[in-house]
Design a protein around this ligand. Structure first.
Ligand SMILES: Cc1cc2nc3c(=O)[nH]c(=O)nc-3n(C[C@H](O)[C@H](O)[C@H](O)COP(=O)(O)OP(=O)(O)OC[C@H]3O[C@@H](n4cnc5c(N)ncnc54)[C@H](O)[C@@H]3O)c2cc1C
Length: 455
């Protein structure tokens, strides 16, 4: 058992771990990352964000070019593999250039300052550090009564191993991951059933956006069933039968289980060293991402909400700053949501429902993409941007967008919302000249539309 000592050991090389490791390294401290997978990048790169977004992009391009003929799901997976390899090479380069040691293997705490890492060859090596950042991410939740050994029953990890195009797919769970995969598979011409355990799709979104998403998914041919719960799931060589408590049965070639995730906190020796973990497997942290042990931080999916790669990276940087300087002036601001259904969705700030509940006197301004020159030129006319603002102060309170490039467009509004005091104002969009024709013009149109309502 060798022994090496570091200032900081980061466990996990997803966005959370990378953000933390880079910050510590750039401050000149000795840092190592431990990674259980054979390559760096985390689940984000290998099983989650990167492959799913690549599949989605390729499908969308093919659909828009009307050249989907003969394209099979495994062809899309090859494209994803290409992007994954580029991401891994780039991220490995970051660690190497910043002299961060990469230790491959699974880490378990043997005491509060030491991890035992089981290397791929089975050997165990111990490493010590003065501080730790745990960024071990999450995995799909697998209930014990669903047979994930069957090749016909997948989760968001194993759907990437399916080696032919199904003719039909049932997606159980209509959260972000379920809706995104329903969009991808439907766009490939595959019959999709989307089974929602709740009464609405993505109920955290603004109602108008939820309605638009439901309309577009149905229009594309996705069969959505709300308020359903599984009773049992049976799979054989020919497909999967989903038995619902409502007595319905849904048969399809494959079933994608997209209902919940669990934090990767088990079997890490956390309880033994006093790191508190909640019932969902998430490590309990304070506002500085510090766990219940004063030199052990945790960031990313392992701490639960918002379970986004974007936020995980920043959490890693902020935790590392706090660790190094015993304080951090940064805080995660309002985090935007990007949902890569087809069409895509993005939003930031409060919804009409929330503002109404809080009795905030707000107004709304709309811009429909079909009226924008840029959208007409590109042929992507389906979509809408809406701005919610305070009717007295004109402060922007929320922005909700669906349609082509929504996840990019949202950042223009985010930049104005992040301005302090009176600088966060709808008037920015009225008084600023934007390039023409652009999708950004939607902000000017929506702002003028809203202003008309208050004057
Ligand atoms: C299908 C899907 C699509 C998504 N799409 C988006 C999106 O579009 N945008 C977005 O912002 N987010 C998206 N997410 C969420 C995003 O992927 C996660 O929020 C992000 O990966 C979390 O990063 P992380 O650093 O916490 O950990 P992860 O990326 O989960 O990485 C954790 C790493 O820790 C390693 N590890 C675990 N335990 C140990 C151990 N004991 N020892 C050593 N190593 C260990 C794992 O091998 C893994 O590599 C998506 C998620 C899924 C499932």
């Amino acid at each position: 058992m060798n022994q090496a000592t570091y200032d900081v050991i980061v466990i996990g090389t997803g966005p959370g771990g990378e953000g933390a490791a880079m910050k510590v390294a750039k401050e000149g401290r000795r840092v190592a990352v431990v990674e259980a997978l054979p390559e760096v990048g985390g689940n984000c790169t290998h099983r989650a964000t990167i492959p799913s977004k690549t599949l989605r992009q390729v499908v969308q391009q093919l659909t828009e070019g009307a050249s989907l003929n003969g394209v099979q799901y495994p062809d899309l997976l090859k494209s994803a593999r290409g992007v994954i390899n580029k991401q891994v090479a780039m991220r490995r380069g970051f660690y190497e250039r910043n002299r961060v040691d990469i230790i491959h293997g699974r880490a378990v705490f043997s005491d509060a300052n030491t991890v035992a890492v089981t290397r791929p060859d089975g050997n165990k090596v111990s490493y010590s550090a003065r501080a730790f950042v745990i960024a071990t991410g999450s995995r799909p939740y697998r209930p014990s009564d669903v047979d994930f050994q069957s090749p016909r029953i997948c989760d968001s990890d194993t759907i990437l191993d399916v080696q032919h195009s199904p003719r039909s797919l049932t997606v159980y769970g209509a959260g972000v991951i379920g809706c995104e995969y329903a969009s991808i598979f439907r766009s490939l011409g595959i019959k999709v059933n989307l089974v929602n355990t709740r009464s609405q799709l993505l109920s955290f979104l603004d109602d108008e956006i939820i309605d638009a998403l439901s309309y577009h998914l149905r229009e594309q041919g996705v069969l959505i069933r709300h308020d359903e719960q599984y009773e049992r799931i049976e799979a054989d060589d020919r497909g999967v039968m989903l038995f619902l408590k409502s007595n319905k049965r849904i048969h399809s070639d494959y079933l994608l289980w997209a209902q919940g995730r669990t934090g990767n906190s088990d079997a890490m020796g956390l309880a033994e060293i006093g790191v508190e973990v909640n019932e969902r497997g998430s490590i309990v942290v304070n506002e500085n991402y510090l766990s219940t042990v004063p030199h052990i931080y945790a960031v990313g999916d392992i701490v639960g909400h918002p379970n986004l790669a974007s936020a995980s990276y920043d959490q890693g940087r902020f935790a590392a700053t706090h660790l190094l300087f015993d304080g951090c002036e940064y805080r995660l601001g309002i985090i935007p949501t990007g949902i890569y259904t087809i069409p895509e969705i993005s939003s930031i700030g409060r919804t009409e429902r929330e503002l109404t509940q809080d009795r905030v006197p707000y107004e709304v301004g709309h811009s429909h993409f079909r009226h924008l020159a840029r959208a007409q030129i590109t042929g992507r006319t389906s979509g809408m941007l809406k701005i919610l603002f305070h009717r007295d102060t004109l402060e922007i309170l929320g922005i909700h967008c669906f349609g082509a490039q929504a996840a990019e467009i949202i950042h223009i509004g985010q930049a104005i919302m992040a301005q302090p005091g009176a600088a966060n104002t709808l008037m920015y969009f009225v008084n600023t000249t934007f390039n023409y024709p652009t999708m950004a013009e939607a902000y000017r149109v929506a702002a003028l539309n809203g202003l008309n309502r208050v004057t």
